[in-house]
Ligand binder design. Sequence first.
Ligand code: FES
Length: 148
Amino acid sequence: MSPGSKSDDLDAFAEEFQRLFLEEAIKIYGERVVDLWRKPRNMVPLERPDGSARITGPCGDTMECFLEIEKGRITRATFVTNGCGPSIASGGAVTELAKGKTLEEALKIDQANVLDALGGLPGESAHCAKLAAMTLTEAVRDHLRQKD
Ligand code: FES
């Protein structure tokens, strides 16, 4: 198509729409959340994790967490989710928090820590951070059960 065509108009519209959507999302959720949402961190399943857990939250969304553990310390933490943008951000934040922690330290990571790492979430999305923290806790417990 030539310059100034309908295709160019559509591209310009799509770009403008995306820009407005981003602006609005940053107003609602903040820059950190939107960054972790658009460029997910550690969002990949692990084939042979040393501990893993899958939890479905009250909203119906599911998160799965995978851990690699060496000498009682988390060397890698990853997650997958079918949830909302804030759950993707929360999964990224909780796996970043978990990396390098001992199991005892990781068990102490809770919803408040995830919310802090995100710079907060709107009240109606706070449960997404809880889902991420709970999934990490269960993945650590799964590892501890395997050791018993
Ligand atoms: Fe379900 Fe966010 S709304 S995890």
